[in-house]
Design a protein around this ligand. Structure first.
Ligand SMILES: [Fe+2]
Length: 473
């Protein structure tokens, strides 16, 4: 059965039709004052974050935003002014409140005689029977084109969930080179900002962010490959601060104290989405590089107490899961949670297998409290995957891993052996880049894995790799 999501409950049909007329980011010359277009994120039932960035050298610039229920802005329902300047690299955010639940809105920015492109966003519903989420991650700019984002915009999801590696701190990814990255290696505030600007210059990425609100978390490459926030002795705290600051400036995430990004989103009583931060509070990985650690290091990964989330976030997640009245519990994770083991030992210790004790705590709680309909969404691997999360041999949750928009997957050593040893992984595809579409309904979630024929050139062809129906239990 193929689900088609109904328009958001408060959206007049006319608005849905007019959506097709929304100017494509790449379809017209961008105003040079707003070269990165517009974006929205972290929708709630009555509020949403709006974002833009201007090109200016002034010490302070005042920008005005308008939110309307029609694309011609005849019915403006919210407006306001925001100051920006060099201290935030001329990015601007507004937390627009007082909106109606489950409603589509159009928005734009203006200032200094210029006007931005029009964006489209949507608040979360108070009640919903259907909800469509596109899942993205891992978008190395040099390694490939963002054709997937053009498809995501066309799919008209209600929410784009980004699971990390929004930028990569390094310019070239092995032999995979589709386009130059002139920024080089990011390691301080100005180079992280430049990296965000480069990635946001992509017209397909702009188009997606202009047409759907995003809820994003970071993984490692927003700072540095395989880093752990609790291992600052290796990773200069100033670099971490710079990377986090640039992320909060450029990603339409709601401002939080001390760069907290773990948070949850309620989609009526249909679903709750728990987004986690697997990096900031992480204990040091037991081995670098992550794959095929020597047996001693692999055994350390199983040691009690090792934490990826930190105690406070783990408590938040476990409490949230057990108390959530939502039918579906979705957990967004930067890293793969399913076991990937050989002879009982982790194949990679940068993923949840490197923190096996904490993973066990989470799965044990799901089993003990009989929390049903838990689906983990993960990124990082650059491989599409689908399978079971098992506790004491029994499946207690499912996981969907997305391959990411453009980052390449290397060849896995001993792949046949690994596959045979991990039969709970029911599907995987390492040959395609792309995204995952979730059509969430009351009876089932339909999961579509979309790959692309190529990302090394623009305009790769979309391929439906697999589709699964997850019935409610
Ligand atoms: Fe990645």
């Amino acid at each position: 059965m193929v689900f088609r999501p109904a328009p958001a409950s408060g959206a007049p049909l006319l608005a849905a039709l007019l959506l097709a007329l929304l100017p494509a980011a790449s379809g017209r010359a961008a105003d040079p004052f707003f070269p990165y277009g517009v974006a929205s994120g972290d929708p709630e039932t009555h509020s949403v974050i709006l974002w833009t960035r201007i090109e200016s050298g002034k010490p302070s610039v005042s920008l005005r935003y308008e939110v309307a229920t029609d694309p011609d802005f005849r019915r403006v329902v919210a407006s306001g002014e925001v100051e920006t300047g060099p201290a935030r690299d001329y990015t601007a955010k507004a937390d627009v409140t007082g909106l109606e639940p489950g409603t589509r809105y159009f928005y734009r920015w203006s200032g200094e005689g210029h006007r931005s492109p029009t964006g489209r966003t949507e608040t979360l519903p108070e009640r919903a029977d259907r909800f469509r989420i596109a899942v993205a991650s891992c978008q190395h700019y040099g390694a490939g084109f963002y054709t997937a984002y053009r498809s995501i915009a066309a799919d008209q999801p209600d929410l784009l969930v980004h699971l990390g590696d929004w930028i990569y701190e390094f310019p070239t990814y092995g032999a995979a080179a589709a386009r130059p990255d002139p920024v080089g290696v990011a390691e301080d505030l100005s180079s992280y900002r430049a990296k965000h600007r480069l990635y946001r210059s992509d017209p397909d990425f702009q188009r997606a962010l202009q047409s759907v609100p995003v809820a994003a978390i970071w993984d490692d490459h927003e700072v540095q490959n395989d880093y752990s926030g609790k291992a600052a002795r290796f990773y200069a705290p100033r670099r971490l601060q710079a990377a986090y600051q640039a992320y909060f400036e450029y990603v339409p995430i709601r401002p939080q104290e001390e760069f907290r990004i773990y948070r949850s989103f309620r989609i009526g009583d249909l679903a709750e989405l728990f987004l986690t931060d697997g990096r900031q509070y992480r204990d040091e990985d037991v081995w670098h590089p992550a794959f095929f650690p020597p047996p001693d290091a692999a055994r350390q990964a199983l040691a009690p107490g090792r934490s990826m989330l930190g105690a406070a976030q783990r408590d938040w997640l476990l409490t949230g899961l057990s108390r959530s009245p939502a039918l579906w519990k979705l957990i967004g994770s930067g890293d793969l949670m399913m076991d990937l083991r050989l002879h009982g030992l982790p194949v990679s210790v940068d993923s949840w297998d490197g923190f096996a004790w904490e993973k066990e705590q989470i799965l044990a709680a799901i089993a003990a409290k009989q929390i049903r309909n838990v689906l983990v969404l993960s990124g990082d691997t650059h491989v599409f995957s689908y399978g079971e999360l098992r506790y004491q041999g029994k499946p207690v949750a499912l996981e969907v891993g997305t391959a990411g928009i453009s980052s390449p997957a290397g060849k896995l050593e001993r792949a046949a052996e690994v596959e045979a040893a991990n039969p709970h992984i029911l599907f995987s595809d390492r040959d395609h880049r792309g995204y995952v579409l979730l059509d969430i309904g009351r009876e089932a979630i339909e999961v579509s894995f979309y790959g692309f024929s190529t990302v090394l050139e623009p305009d790769g062809r979309r391929i439906l790799l697999r589709r699964f129906r997850i019935p409610r239990s």
